[in-house]
Design a protein around this ligand. Structure first.
Ligand code: GLN
Length: 485
């Protein structure tokens, strides 16, 4: 048995029956990590010592019979989620030496359940990107083919789970950053409804879009992690005061009676033929499982989503990133002769090119003369996009689309062309704009490169999309394939 390749629920059963200890499981992941990291580069910070300590604590709990579904199970955390006493860099020079004095709410929750944290995952700087190439430190490699990107911005999290370095990971998703890398690395990635999971302690990128969610090896694990991290948090004013249900309860292999729509606008021009073929086959599978499929559903505002996102997200980012001024957090340029020079140089050296591009885009869109033409207009179209989803969900239990229009692209292929890079999220951005939950699950391969399927639900219907994802997963074995890195 390869311990580091187990799912959460498998590992839990075996920990419970004493087949192995959390320390043994943790060592198996750490060994794998030591082997893969020199090439894969999924981690910014490794916390091996701390992990063993935590695993020992977990083993004590387990010995007393005090074991929850996540107790003693090793995870990797995206490096924009604050971890008390462990560096949280956002893969940015500006936070390179930032050690938070507190835990994000999701970390408090996981800690109270006995999580073993192996390290912090590489990402695009401040979660701006689709490939991890915007990390200020290094690019993570796709374990399926190491000259390709793992997707982004949660590329380190996805690659680590795919290559067996951790049993699961946390990521964040502002426009696709959990789902797109999940699709690129053949793992399961869930973006919960806006408000379902507290973002207290998540370094802010675009506050009306950001959500934290799990990257896992299967759908049951996704439900288990969601159980652990979701719920109302008085410290996040956008978190929803709704009770948390047990998301594993509705997982079943039947889809009888469910109505699923396939929005045609998501089969965009320039989509790779193999992705389209795989999607059609996957949707056919859902039909075989009893779902009623309606092809050719129309969400006509979809083509505007990319423009809307690239006005709203940079606008919010430009405000959120104003705090990195060399005084309050992280890096500070200390050779300046005036306060203004310090501010200027801190931001000049602290931020990478993409982050600066976003700050400029956002500042421009929010400036007095252009606010109405760009920001306000984008907000109006955002409402239209949401209303179209609302109407669709009067008729359907869920919508199904590809996660990305292509398989993972080559490292360097899109770095000189930001627009091409932005296009790799066309299928995932609209979901954040509307605040909906969506999951990406493995749904095929083209030339040994993974293809993801996205299932979108109405707000707070995580049970429904997990149920559909589970039924599909049980009828296929894509998710069981692992890369030969
Ligand atoms: N790729 C998108 C962007 O660069 C989405 C990123 C994300 O979801 N964090 O903004």
């Amino acid at each position: 048995m390869t311990l580091n390749q187990l799912t959460i629920h498998e590992a839990h059963q075996l920990l419970k029956t004493g087949k192995f200890s959390s320390v043994e499981l943790t060592r198996a992941c750490l060994e794998r990590l030591q082997k893969i990291e020199p090439r894969g580069r999924a981690l910014v910070t490794e916390t091996a010592e701390l992990a063993i300590e935590k695993a020992e604590e977990a083993d004590k709990l387990i010995a007393q019979g005090d074991i929850g579904p996540l107790t003693g199970i090793p995870a990797i955390i995206k490096d924009n989620i604050c971890t008390n006493g462990v560096k949280t860099t956002c893969s940015s020079r500006v936070l390179e030496n930032f050690t938070p004095p507190y835990d994000a709410t999701v970390m408090e929750k996981l800690n109270s359940l006995g999580v073993v944290v192996l390290g912090k995952a590489n990402m695009d700087e401040f979660a701006m990107g689709s490939s991890t190439e915007n990390s200020a430190f290094f690019t993570t490699r796709n374990p399926w083919e190491t000259n390709r990107v793992p997707g982004g911005s949660s590329g380190g999290s996805a690659a680590a789970v795919a290559s067996g370095q951790a049993i699961y990971a946390l990521g964040s998703d502002t426009g696709g950053s959990i789902r797109q890398p999940a699709g690129f690395c053949n793992v399961t990635g869930l973006k919960p409804t806006y408000g379902r999971v507290s973002r207290y302690g998540l370094v802010a990128f675009a506050s009306s879009l950001d959500q934290i969610g799990p990257l896992t090896r299967d759908v049951t694990d996704s439900a288990l992690v969601l159980n652990a991290i979701s719920g109302y948090d008085p410290r996040d004013s956008t978190s929803a005061p709704y009770p948390v249900t047990d998301y594993t309860c509705q997982l079943s292999d039947k889809l009888k009676g469910l109505k699923i729509g396939v929005p045609k606008e998501y089969f965009v021009q320039g989509m790779q033929a193999e992705v389209e073929t795989a999607m059609k086959a996957a949707i056919g599978k859902l039909e075989e499982l009893g779902a009623r499929i309606e092809w050719e559903v129309s969400l006509p505002s979809t083509p505007h989503a990319l423009a809307v996102y690239y006005i709203i997200a940079p606008s919010e980012a430009s405000a959120n990133l104003a705090r990195y001024d060399g005084v309050k957090y992280g890096f500070s340029y200390d050779k300046a002769s005036s306060m203004w020079e310090e501010l200027d140089k801190t931001r000049q050296y602290g931020f990478g090119a993409e982050v600066k591009r976003r700050i400029m885009l956002g500042t421009y869109a929010l400036s007095a003369g252009y606010y109405d033409a760009y920001y306000l207009k984008a907000q109006k179209v955002r409402t239209l996009i949401r209303q179209e989803f609302d109407r669709a969900f009067e008729r359907f239990d869920a919508l199904v689309t590809p996660t990305s229009p292509t398989v993972p692209f080559k490292i360097g292929e899109k770095t000189d062309d930001p627009l091409q890079m932005y296009l790799s999220d066309v299928c995932t951005l609209p979901i954040n704009i509307a605040g909906l939950p969506a999951i990406s699950i493995p749904a095929g391969f083209a030339d040994n490169l993974p293809i993801g399927m996205q299932i979108i639900g109405k707000p707070f219907s995580e049970e429904m999309i997990l149920k559909i994802a589970y039924a599909y997963q049980e009828a296929t074995d894509w998710h069981k394939r692992t890369p030969q890195i």
